[in-house]
Write a protein of this length. Sequence first.
Length: 143
Amino acid sequence: MRVIYSDGRQFLDGVLKPLGIKPSVVIDIQAHHDYPAKLEIPEEFGHLNRNAPGDQNNDGYDESSGAYQIAASGPRVEFTISPRSGLLVRPVVEIAGMPAGAVTATMDGRWVEKIVRLENGNVLIELPGESAFPVTVAVKVGG
């Protein structure tokens, strides 16, 4: 399986093979991939999908795609993501179960621009930047 994100992260059968990314950033991305962040989601919004085919250790992080997996219970999801490897480096989150419609997201109150609705209806969000601290993400369908 091959997955490529807009910032040059490429996962080939679960192995990070970056394209045109500075070596110093690659080190942080690799650490994040090796030690995924802790993602906490209140029950009323959904849960981590710990059974994704590429999730090697049932922690809600799909190592084959480099994305956290969430199953939403409705049109709104809120979660906190906390680094375990020192830095959160542009984490990617895939959310299943959200109804059809335009999706918006914020990370600590700032708009997130990279949101894509996949062919299977899932929402893929590339969170921006780096953080050494937990961040709160809010995602919703509709205005």
